[in-house]
Design a protein around this ligand. Structure first.
Ligand SMILES: [Zn+2]
Length: 463
């Protein structure tokens, strides 16, 4: 496969169906073989460029050759703590620490991963890194249906986060019109989206949900018709719930709702849903290899519909802050593998939760989102698709008593039915997830609709 055959076709514009037809339609094992060659070629130089990998890969034999991606198993994982430790050992010449693998004179941008736990981590980009980021992100937007005639409302507020400037670059690479409205007050965002004839928006899922509740009223207030036809949401797993999808598509009056996902540490948009609406395709295959592993044993899992595991990334084309076998802590369900109806061959996933969010009830692991998804699916019509799980302290992970959960009743449910609903929900959750919860049913509209993040887990006494 020559370098030329991998060139992005969409840069020329026109009506092509893919951003990078050669890579997106190639059978997946062939993509992986090509990636294994790229990784083989970068491993030795990497030990020269990065102090972190000189340490992590110290015991690897020289001249190691990967025949396939399965051979990656010979390499150790990179954990978030490895990156954190490397960044703490920084200097004037290496402000990004011991994984700064390019001289400061070549670094043109710093980004921060938007993780909510711990001190912020920073990633450095050379111009080549920026180009690769932009291309992979544009590929993701293209898969999610954005085109050059779109006017995109970019609703992420902070330029420095990985979903800030890099996303903006991706919109412009597509040729779309970037309207960076993130950071303005919400009423202004809504008004200006009408005024600028935005045809597309990108936001967090909960902000998308919030906008969908206001969109109609803003139309009446401004007198301007909605031109919005494409909605890209992500950053939180709410789109696994059909009820949430329905609310958003109804409120925003379009059926084009696509989920997108990335990881700030690697590339901030790598996964995007195609028109088949059956999970998110991987779109960064030109720059990043992806593995599915068992989070407990670390063993590689085959891509297979129905499989679940943790996603592991290898950014094999990264100059400044490379990552090899980086544990994402994102747990995914594989919703499809093999050729999709859209013609793409990359695996399709839904994100089911993050290790950081996991709760443990008497030794059983459970994601807050699993509790929410189960309840809103089984009790649709009786409960609203939002609920709140309570912790005693921010860092509480383990529960010895049933996990407290507030559930909001549907407006149509009579108060006399609350008690039996509590029993049914507690029973169903114990049955399906092997954890006990203690349910409180609240009247419809009781739970806060926060503007930027619908926090699923709340801490007692923390407001
Ligand atoms: Zn597809």
């Amino acid at each position: 496969m020559s370098g030329d055959s991998l060139k992005s076709s969409a840069a020329a514009g026109g009506d092509q169906a893919y951003w990078n037809e050669a890579l997106e339609t190639m059978v997946w094992p062939e993509v992986e073989r090509w990636q294994a060659q790229q990784i083989t070629a970068m491993l030795e130089p990497l030990r020269q460029r990065s102090q972190l990998y000189r340490q992590l890969h110290a015991t690897l034999p020289a001249g190691i050759k990967l025949g396939s991606l399965a051979d990656l198993a010979a390499l150790p994982f990179t954990m978030k703590d490895d990156i954190r430790g490397a960044q703490e050992r920084n200097s004037d010449a290496q402000p990004f620490g011991e994984n700064q693998a390019a001289p400061l004179t070549d670094i043109v941008q710093a980004i921060t991963s938007s993780g909510t736990t711990g001190a912020p981590l920073y990633y450095a980009l050379t111009q080549r890194d920026v180009d690769f980021f932009t291309d992979a992100i544009a590929n993701t937007w293209f898969t999610a249906g954005l085109r050059k005639h779109d006017v995109v409302a970019h609703l992420v507020g902070l330029p420095m986060v990985a979903g800030g400037l890099p996303y903006a670059d991706g919109f412009r690479r597509i040729g779309a019109t970037l309207c960076w409205l993130g950071g303005f007050p919400t009423d202004r965002i809504l008004r200006e989206m009408r005024r600028l004839r935005a045809t597309a928006l990108l936001a967090t899922t909960s902000f998308g949900l919030y906008l969908s509740e206001q969109w109609d009223a803003v139309g009446r207030e401004t007198g301007l018709p909605s031109k919005l036809s494409k909605v890209l949401l992500g950053g939180e797993p709410g789109l696994n719930q059909p009820e949430i999808r329905e609310r958003i598509t109804k409120g925003l009056q379009t059926s084009h709702l696509r989920e997108v996902m990335g990881l700030g540490d690697v590339i901030s948009a790598m996964w995007g849903e195609c028109e088949a609406h059956a999970g998110m395709h991987f779109n960064a295959q030109k720059y990043v290899a992806v593995e599915l592993i068992d989070p407990d044993s670390g063993a590689l899992l085959p891509w297979r519909e129905g499989a679940t595991g943790e996603i592991v990334y290898t950014a094999f084309a990264r100059d400044a802050t490379p990552l090899i076998r980086y544990r994402s802590r994102d747990h995914a369900l594989v919703t499809g593998f093999g050729k999709c109806a859209c013609g793409r061959t990359s695996p399709r996933i839904r994100c089911i939760g993050r290790t950081d969010d996991m709760l443990i009830y008497k030794g059983m692991n459970v994601f807050p989102t699993s509790i929410r998804d189960l309840i809103s699916k089984h009790f649709a019509g009786q409960v609203e698709p939002m609920l709140r799980i309570w912790k005693e302290r921010k860092d509480q992970v383990r529960f010895d008593d049933p996990i407290p959960v507030d559930v909001e009743a549907s407006p149509s449910l009579d108060k006399s039915a609350y008690a039996s609903l509590v029993q049914k929900i507690e029973h169903e959750v114990r049955n399906q997830l092997q954890v006990r919860i203690a349910v409180t049913v609240l009247d419809s509209g009781s739970l806060p609709r926060s503007v930027y993040k619908n926090s699923l887990v709340a801490v007692r006494g923390a407001g």
